[in-house]
Every structure is written in C-alpha cells, then in structure tokens.
Design a protein around this ligand. Structure first.
Ligand SMILES: *Cc1c(COP(=O)(O)O)cnc(C)c1O
Length: 230
C-alpha cells in the first residue's frame, strides 16, 4: 500500500512538473513519517525513498539510530532550543529555523560537534496566529543575522500553508515564498543560498510545485491518516 501510494504521489509530481515546464529531478519528495512506526519507514525505504520528515526531535533521533544510515532525515517541526542536541549531526536539514535564539543554540551545538548545519528559514507567509515561523517582513533581517553564524548554512525557505479545501487558495502563499527567495538572492549575503523552497503537503503539493517548490513534504498521502491517540 505504501509503495503504491509513493508511486502515485511521484506520478502527480511528474505531472505538475510537466504542467509548469520543470524537471522532476528538481523536486525532492520528503515522506513525512511522524507518528508512524519504523516498519512503515522501512516499507517506504524499500520503495526507494531516502528522504523522511519528522517533527519531533526525539522521535527523529530514535529513528535515525535504529534505521538505515543512508536515510536523510529532515527536521520539519518546531524545534525547542533544548532539543537541538538531538537533531544537529543527525538531520540533513532543519526546515524550521524562525528565530535568532534558536539559531544561536544550533550554532553552539554545531560548533561543539564540529559540523556545519544546513537550515531553512520558516516563514509564516499567511500570517496565521496558530503557526510558527516569522513574518515575511521580518525574514530579510533574520537571514542577515543568521548568515553571520559560521556553523550554520542557510539553504532556503520553508512555509506551511493554511489548511484549505481547494489547494488553489494557497497558490499566492507559494508564489510569495518564491518571490521572497528571489529578493534574498538579490542581496547576495555571504553564506546564504536560496536554492531550496520547502513547500507543499498532501493537500497542495502539486500547486506548490507549479509555483517552484524544490521539496514537498507529504505524509498522509503516503502513510495514511495519523492517529495521535495511540
Ligand atoms: C505533518 C507535516 C507535513 C505533512 O502533512 P500531510 O498533510 O500529512 O501531508 C508537512 N509539513 C509539516 C511541517 C508537517 O508537520
């Protein structure tokens, strides 16, 4: 079932790329395995998936320790400063950096363990109160601040779009994140890249790809609904 779901999502990715004149190789599918057991990750792994997303530091760390070492783990959830130690050195990319204070904690841990930690800046494009991420207006100054941290490498931007019934309603969100990336690139900050745009989830990843997503984070369409009560 998981393998079939992955094939199905990949087909939709290819079609969205065709519609927008993009090369499917530019788009990385991240299978969001949060709350799901290791055996389901292994099933997706057998289907060829190597990029997995988790939103809890300890859960990601546990899965990193017990599963194949060629898996690329993406930290996509809100990260508390005291949990940074579980993530630096294990995650290939932290998608959710939204404050200087968090960046300071990442810098400290990365320096201690002698690594350069790649990160994305999480932008709350739609300005939803329930969501983490900084506002579009604050993004430029945050990027400039964090670009000075020697053990952090900014690779791009991430957003979580609102929950909508019609994915077209989120098109402007994705377009705005893409434009913000272009504006940052124009500033030519040292140590800052904006090659990665992490946007689009099960309900809206096709629209996100049409608007330039290079990483889509898909959970439900691959692993089924999540049950938070178990
Ligand atoms: C859970 C989660 C996803 C996946 O959501 P689905 O709707 O299940 O595809 C994507 N991004 C983030 C940040 C998440 O927390």
């Amino acid at each position: 079932m998981i393998q079939e779901n992955i094939r199905n999502v990949q087909e939709h990715i290819v079609k969205a790329c065709e519609r927008s004149g993009r090369d499917p190789k530019e788009v990385t599918l991240i299978a969001v395995s949060k709350t799901k057991p290791e055996c389901m990750v292994e099933e997706a792994y057998a289907a060829g998936t190597r990029d997995f997303g988790e939103n809890k530091a300890q859960e990601m760390s546990r899965k990193y320790d017990s599963l194949s070492k060629d898996i690329r783990w993406h930290m996509i959830g809100h990260l508390q400063r005291n949990k940074v130690k579980y993530v630096v050195g294990k995650a290939c990319l932290i998608h959710s950096v939204d404050s200087v204070r968090l960046a300071e904690a990442i810098q400290e841990q990365a320096q201690k363990t002698d690594v350069i930690m790649p990160v994305l800046i999480e932008v709350n494009v739609a300005d939803e109160e329930s969501k983490f991420g900084i506002t579009t207006e604050e993004t430029m100054s945050l990027v400039e601040e964090i670009s000075k941290f020697p053990n952090i490498s900014i690779k791009g931007l991430m957003t979580i779009a609102p929950h909508v019934s019609n994915p077209e309603e989120n098109r402007w969100v994705f377009r705005k994140l893409k434009q913000l990336g272009v504006d940052i690139k124009d500033k030519n900050y040292n140590n800052v890249n904006v090659d990665i745009l992490s946007m689009g989830m099960s309900g809206d990843y096709e629209v996100a790809i049409e608007e330039g997503a290079t990483m889509v984070r898909v959970g439900t369409s691959i692993f089924g609904e999540r049950n938070y009560n178990i």
